[in-house]
Design a protein around this ligand. Sequence first.
Ligand code: NDP
Length: 327
Amino acid sequence: MKVLLTGGTGFVAAHSYRHNVVVTVRSVAKGQSILAKYHDLPNERLSYTVVEDIAVSHAFDDAVRSDPPLDAVIHTASPFHYNVTDPKKDLLDPAIIGTTGILESIKRYAPTVRRVVITSSFASMIIPAAHPRIYDETVWNSVTLDEATKDATTAYRASKTFAERAAWDFILKERPSFTISTINPPSIFGPIADYAGIATTINTSNERFRDMIQGNMQDGLAPTGAFLWVDVRDVAEAHAKAMETEEAANKRFFIVQGHFTNADIANIIKQEFTDRAAKLPENPLSDMPNDVYGYDNSQSKVVLGLQYRPLRQCVIDSVNALLEKGL
Ligand code: NDP
């Protein structure tokens, strides 16, 4: 199977180098760093193509024209950070134009593609002002365009909501020959891949691990945020299964392991990495409300056959990966 994987330098994508994959990267230097790490792999197994900015129209026109031709596409590329000066330019445009752009390019230039798997998010489901009792694939974030620029968190959530909506609209209106699946995970934790020169900054969802082991939360844990999480390796598995499974066609998948709080993570670190225990509060307290929303991940288990890793294993592996980088 020949697969195009966008956002090849990203935290999630780095766990998704399966099949014969062409990754998109923003520069030749980044592509070369990936090839250097996987120097044992032959060119047909792993190669790269440069897509400098997914917000530019027709950005993917060349990338989708592959020889041998593509069977599937996994679209993970999308900005996930809160360093926003212009929410539209920094978050909304790359998310939305990136998603519609790749679908248009595939429809026009890659007729052999059968399945496109898009990394969406719990961000496109969460309704902060009125949480449902249970989150499942039927729930949509109701954020409006006016609200989208309110603050960085809302802008990120809006970028994922509008991008995913645009993808489903594309399927309805354009009726392409390929089908799509969306993967909607909440906070993703797990080991960061170690490309020299690429993973010098920690991706947004793993910042809390760095902050905890470096003592930045010694005087009090930061608020947990949304109380749901999943391991990056299970997210990668979900993408692969969604790509390979016929029944996943045109389905949305809520990929979630369970509830967590920053206190749960802190306690695991204190127990498993005793030399870091003093960097954390003496008695980490849970901030999860008693009536916290529930979740239903049954579709991911039934259709994709997912089995989720537990939080303890994820925390141990995440912290070890950071310690290996000298943090
Ligand atoms: P990363 O920041 O690690 O990866 C994002 C990737 O997108 C990078 O390869 C980045 O390239 C690329 N990218 C961003 N903007 C552009 C652009 N304008 N043009 C070209 N490439 C761009 O984030 P994650 O791996 O965590 O996120 C991957 C996907 O998963 C995203 O769609 C995100 O919304 C989604 N997601 C993530 C969650 C999490 O907790 N991490 C939770 C739920 C969903 P470069 O590195 O060169 O900047």
